[in-house]
Design a binder for this molecule. Structure first.
Ligand code: ZN
Length: 151
């Protein structure tokens, strides 16, 4: 009985594995920041520390993405040192995990300012929009989140 079952399931399993592989190849994971680029060609190299975010907007997008992947380390490290007094990685992680991040909309960006809307479901599954104008500072060639005001 085992052998016929195996004979039946092996092709099915192979087909399933092949389909998953095909899906990964054809439809690479898109970056959560909404750039329409692959995650690996967008925010991932910044978040993994391979490359520095080249602009305030790139940093802002990568910070949104870091919330979606719960990377508190990156969010802490890309906050201006002056903010560290009010910030802990645990607080960041808690905020990142207690919401379900849906999408990011960048409304305008200048050299050191980004206005954006982040859409998410809160821990009561209520739809929320976080609308903020953020300012960024460049120190020694690295961009940092300096301040933000809610709109
Ligand atoms: Zn991205």
């Amino acid at each position: 009985m085992v052998v016929p079952l195996l004979l039946f399931f092996t092709p099915v399993l192979n087909f399933a594995i092949g389909f998953v592989h095909l899906k990964k190849t054809i439809m690479p994971t898109l970056c959560p920041c909404g750039s329409s680029k692959k995650y690996s060609d967008c925010c991932e190299p910044y978040i993994n520390g391979v490359v520095k975010a080249p602009s305030a907007e790139a940093l802002m997008r990568s910070r949104y993405t870091a919330y979606t992947v719960h990377n508190a380390e990156y969010l802490y490290n890309t906050s201006a040192p002056a903010m560290h007094r009010h910030l802990t990685k645990a607080l960041i992680l808690n905020w990142a995990k207690s919401n379900h991040w849906i999408k990011l909309e960048v409304i305008r960006a200048t050299q050191n300012l980004v206005e954006f809307k982040a859409y998410y479901l809160d821990n009561k599954l209520q739809a929320q929009v976080h609308h903020e104008v953020s300012t960024f500072i460049n120190q020694s060639g690295s961009w940092f989140y300096e301040d933000g005001s809610y709109i």
